[in-house]
Design a protein around this ligand. Sequence first.
Ligand code: SAM
Length: 274
Amino acid sequence: MENAREYTMRVLKKYEFRTKKSLGQNFLIDDRIIDSIVSNVPEGAVAFEIGPGIGILTRKLVERARRVVAVEIDEKLCEILKEEIDSDALEVIDADFIEINPNSILSEKAVAVANIPYYITTPIIFKILTSTDMIDTAILTMQKEVSERVVARPGGKEYGILSLVAALYSEPKVLFNISRDAFIPQPKVESSVVRFDKRKLNLEVDESDFLKVVRAAFGKRRKTIANALAGIFNGEKGELKEHLMEIGINPMARPETLSLKEFESITGIIFKKS
Ligand code: SAM
């Protein structure tokens, strides 16, 4: 097998492919990193790849996984993939991942693998975590700075909705960092590979109510929790403040200082079920 750099150079030249910045097309060219990512997919598993590009991960995934479903938005790249990767295990879907429902594509549990286009990192993570039960593990390459937010604990400046949602739906772990020179073209920032092992949701309140509360809380940075939630509370702000104090939460607290358990209690008072 050609090494990653040789494969990439040959394919880009053969198809006269010019990478599109608008689609976050930075291709991995370091075999050691590619192998480390792929090794997280158990042999014989089903892999679900988002944004396969010219197939640098895909050509290794088809050797390891029983089936690889790859969703790529760029039509030209879909053609290249079908041409270059001759494997019955591969199914290429020409689509925007944000527009599709993984549950209608996957008939069995899969491991998601993606070197995520940076412009839609957060929606991809949210979608994998909150809106499908067909993906139980995800190995996602993202900007290092985003990975720090994913694994942040309450109170720190990195903590926010991404950290909260990641911890609620999974156990996220940074596996390793990747320097800019492992990509063609080189991105402006360093990257990290994060593994998310999804877990059974353990919430005492309704899931969609909980998500409404955290979205409202983190919707506007720098607001106090009482101000941030006033818009979704069915009553006077004074009443909301009283309820917050009753459950031991300072109405002036910033959302980024509150834990998952505290957001659960807040959901209980905002969406009181009588
Ligand atoms: N997996 C390849 C690699 O590691 O070299 C390519 C990674 S590149 C960072 C991101 C890929 O995602 C590109 O191929 C891009 O065309 C594709 N992409 C961008 N937006 C997408 C979307 N909304 N849905 C599916 N694929 C997308």
